[in-house]
Design a protein around this ligand. Sequence first.
Ligand code: NAD
Ligand code: UFG
Length: 343
Amino acid sequence: MHVLVTGGAGYIGSHTCLCLLEEGFSVTVIDNFCNSSPEALRRVQALAGRSLTLIKGDVRDAATLDAAFAGPRIDAVIHFAGLKAVGESVAEPMLYYDNNVAGTFNLLQAMQRAKVSTVVFSSSATVYGDPAPEDLPLEETSPTGITHSPYATSKWMVERCLADLHTAQPQWRIARLRYFNPVGAHPSGRIGENPSGTPNNLMPFISQVACGTRPMLSIFGGDYPTHDGTGVRDYIHVMDLAEGHVATLKYLANRPNGDLLTLNLGTGQGCSVLDVVKAFEAASGQTVPYQIVARRPGDVPAYYADSTQAQELLHWKAKRTLHDMCADTWRWQAANPKGYASE
Ligand code: NAD
Ligand code: UFG
């Protein structure tokens, strides 16, 4: 099976490409490297002992996509390419609608021209908005669409578009995967998350504090209605997430009459910011100094997934622990203090 992976050089994409190569899939990546480095894919190929095809290009460019589909027959697309900084999306909404929504429409149109109708889309738990405590754990049928950022709205719009496409053309095989909070790195320490500038997300910030790049973690809010007052999330190891994509492709390959899957990919466990800090200190042997500051605007107190559907349909389950997530993050961070620019 030949898979086109858009955004394959990015954090989740690079780990997924490695799993795909290890499972025997042929892989072509399209990436414009706006938030990644080709070094990630060099390392993926070295780890896998196999090569992939790389096209430097933008999913908003129809000619690039048509050229990709004109090569060796592509059986399925995994669509990671997009922008993901929630705060930036508030400041630059058109950038997000252009990349995430127009980029996806362009991809789906190119797929139609090429008669490729299997697609796995990177959605996000953020489509659930600000869930009420009684809605936890979040099920796929929990309410969506009351979104709080253009980023979240862009994911929700694409989800709707994919559902409409499937209604009109039921032979399409579509998976809308709602990721919870991906963290961690490949256990080799060779590939991992490579944020540019100050990290927005918790785990890369903690690991940069632990290695001395930043002096202290600011914990956004200590007065949430959670077990220790700090925000609760469902952290999932990026390798579990990557394996979830392989399982999804295998599932879709056996749906000859088409399907529209909507699945939460999480662990089902809610961990607070302080839980993560403590686990990171234990896994790394480093101290992570922190201060509790005001809540970050737009943050919700708590959410975590019910991932039973993914377990039942895909025979997939997130199996790595919070300790694994922290230990693997630390191995990557310690060996690559400047990410892919370290070498
Ligand atoms: P990432 O930024 O590391 O990877 C995205 C990749 O897409 C990068 O390599 C980037 O260069 C590329 N890209 C962006 N716009 C492009 C375009 N127009 N054309 C071609 N390439 C383009 O992000 P990630 O964490 O790997 O996330 C992958 C996907 O998963 C994104 O769609 C993101 O919204 C979604 N997601 C991520 C998270 C998370 O916390 N990391 C959570 C939920 C959903
Ligand atoms: N946090 C801190 N300090 C920091 C960074 C984060 O205390 O420096 C806290 C946040 O307040 C939150 C928790 O750590 O309680 C997790 O925050 P992240 O920024 O790591 O993740 P979010 O849950 O805010 O959002 C992430 C992605 C979104 C995605 C969402 C759901 O950034 O793109 O998960 O998948 F939509």
